[in-house]
Write a protein that binds this ligand. Sequence first.
Ligand code: SF4
Length: 74
Amino acid sequence: MKTFLFVKKYPTSMPKPKVDQDTCIGCGACVAICPDVFELGDDGKSHVKNPDACDKCDCQAAADGCPVGAITLE
Ligand code: SF4
């Protein structure tokens, strides 16, 4: 009898969001979706204020909802 061992890999840490400042148009959608992670700065662009809060919200939704694709999760 053969025995197979399946090992499922789980990420060891949550992805960290990044905002491309050159691409962001400051629409505020990411701030509305993940206010614990993103904030609009004085420059009118989104900034990541707390990347570790990503496990409490849905940063993938924020990345998907960005109209210009400025958010990446790494
Ligand atoms: Fe900028 Fe995208 Fe956030 Fe809008 S959703 S503020 S374009 S990073």
